[in-house]
Ligand binder design. Structure first.
Ligand code: NDP
Length: 361
C-alpha cells in the first residue's frame, strides 16, 4: 500500500469509535461498531474494516438507521431468543444476544438467536467465533440487498447472503468459515472499483445479462452465485432462514425499505449455537473435539490444503504486533467523520450510486 499510515489496533478502534461518535452514534453503538470494524482490520478482512465506516455513516445520515436505540431482548421459547435491533446497526444487537444464546445452548443443547430489524454491513465470523471459543458450534445466516441473480436468471434477486460456521478446537482457536453465497462479496467488487482493477471471470453479469469483468458494470448488473445452482440454492436457504423464519424481510423487501439506497440493508440474522456435549450420551466434549482433530490433521497433511480461518489467525498474530496499514485518504475521511463532517470517499459505493471525487465537508 503506497500512500498509507500504520496504525495500531488500539488506534484503529479509537479512530473508528471517534468517527461514529462524531457522526452522532450513541456511545454503546459507536463502541460495538468500532469492535467489529477493528476485528476485521485485525484479521485483514479489509472489506469489513475501516472501509465500511462510510456505510454506517450513510445509513445514519439517510435516516434509515437509529443512532441510539437500545436493542430489546425477548425470550420466544426456552431456547429461542430474539433481539429486536430497532432499525439500528447490527453489532450492538449481536453483542446483546451473545451471552444469553450461549447460556441457553449449554442448557438445552441447541439454541437460536433471531436478530431482527438490524442494518447489517458486517462480516459474520465474529458472532460464531465467540461462541466457539466457549466450546460451542455456531452458525450464522444473513440476507442483504438483492444483488445476485439466481442460477439461470439475469436479474438481481438474492442478497450476497453469507453464512458462517464455527467449530471449537481444544488447543487452537476455532475453525471458522464465513462466506457469501455469491461468487464474491460485494465489498470485493467495490474495492476493485476503487483500485481500478478488473474482476475475475464468473463474478458478475452486466444489466443485459452478459458476463463482465468491469466492476462498475457488475454493480449496475448482477452478481453471480458461487458454484452455479448449488450456490444459488444456498442463497435461497439463507433468504428463508434470515427472512420469513424470523418474521423479517426477504432481500427484495429490504431494498424496497432502503428508500435512500444506502447499501445498508435492514433485515434479520439467525444465529444458532450447539453444545456438542449435549449431542452424545455421557457428554464428552473433549473426546468429540479430539475426534474432529483427526479430520483437520488429515486435511492439513495434504500439500496446498488449509483450514478456513487459518489466514485470519495468521493475520491476527501479525497485526496485533505490527498494526495495520490504512490508506491516507481513508484516515482523512475518518478524521473528518470524527469532526462531525460529511465526506465523500473517492469512489465510495453508496447503494447503487458510485461517487468519485475529492473528500468534501
Ligand atoms: P472469501 O471467499 O474471502 O472466504 C470465504 C471463506 O473461505 C473464509 O472463511 C476463508 O477463510 C475461507 N477460505 C479462503 N480460502 C480458503 C482455502 N484455500 N481453503 C479453505 N478455506 C478458505 O469470503 P467471501 O468473499 O465469500 O465473504 C467475505 C465476507 O463478506 C464474509 O465475512 C461475509 O460474512 C461478508 N459478507 C457480508 C454480507 C452482509 O450483508 N453483511 C454480505 C456478503 C458477505 P480465511 O478468512 O481464513 O481466508
Amino acid at each position: 500500500m503506497t500512500d498509507a499510515v500504520r496504525m495500531s489496533l488500539e488506534e484503529v478502534h479509537a479512530a473508528a469509535k471517534a468517527a461514529m461518535l462524531g457522526q452522532g452514534f450513541a456511545e454503546n453503538h459507536a463502541s460495538a461498531i468500532a469492535n467489529t470494524v477493528t476485528a476485521a482490520e485485525r484479521d485483514e478482512c479489509r472489506h469489513h474494516g475501516l472501509f465500511r465506516l462510510p456505510f454506517y455513516v450513510n445509513g445514519l445520515r439517510s435516516g434509515q438507521a437509529s443512532p441510539d436505540i437500545e436493542p430489546v431482548l425477548t425470550e420466544l421459547s426456552p431456547s429461542v431468543i430474539k433481539v429486536d435491533a430497532g432499525y439500528a446497526f447490527s453489532p450492538l444487537a449481536l453483542e446483546t444476544g451473545d451471552a444469553p444464546l450461549a447460556e441457553r445452548a449449554k442448557e438445552f443443547g441447541i439454541a437460536a438467536l433471531a436478530v431482527t430489524n438490524a442494518l447489517n454491513v458486517a462480516a459474520l465470523w465474529p458472532e460464531v467465533e465467540r461462541l466457539a471459543v466457549r466450546g460451542l458450534v455456531g452458525f450464522a445466516f444473513v440476507s442483504s440487498s438483492p444483488y445476485v441473480a439466481p442460477a439461470g436468471g439475469m436479474k438481481p434477486l438474492f442478497g450476497t447472503n453469507p453464512m458462517a460456521f464455527a467449530w471449537p478446537r481444544l488447543d487452537n482457536p476455532p475453525m471458522v468459515f464465513d462466506q457469501a453465497s455469491s461468487a464474491s462479496a460485494r465489498g470485493e467488487i467495490q474495492l476493485r472499483l476503487r483500485d481500478g482493477e478488473a474482476l475475475p471471470d464468473g463474478w458478475a453479469i452486466d444489466n443485459e445479462g452478459r458476463p463482465t469483468n468491469d466492476p462498475q458494470q457488475a454493480l449496475l448488473g448482477a452478481q453471480l452465485p458461487f458454484g452455479g445452482f448449488k450456490g444459488s440454492n444456498i442463497a435461497l436457504m439463507v433468504e428463508l432462514l434470515a427472512g420469513p423464519l424470523l418474521g423479517d424481510k426477504i432481500s427484495f423487501e429490504q431494498a424496497a425499505h432502503d428508500k435512500a439506497n444506502t447499501g445498508a440493508p435492514c433485515g434479520g440474522e439467525l444465529v444458532i449455537a450447539i453444545d456438542p456435549a449435549k449431542f452424545v450420551a455421557g457428554g464428552d466434549r473433549a473426546a468429540q473435539l479430539r475426534h474432529a482433530e483427526t479430520l483437520f490433521s488429515r486435511l492439513l497433511a495434504q500439500d496446498g490444503a488449509r483450514l478456513p480461518s487459518g489466514r485470519r489467525y495468521e493475520a491476527r498474530r501479525r497485526t496485533t504486533a505490527e498494526g495495520v496499514m490504512v490508506p491516507r485518504s481513508l484516515v482523512a475521511s475518518i478524521e473528518a467523520y470524527a469532526a462531525g463532517r460529511q465526506v465523500t470517499e473517492r469512489a465510495t459505493y453508496e447503494g447503487d450510486h458510485i461517487t468519485a471525487g475529492a473528500a468534501s465537508a
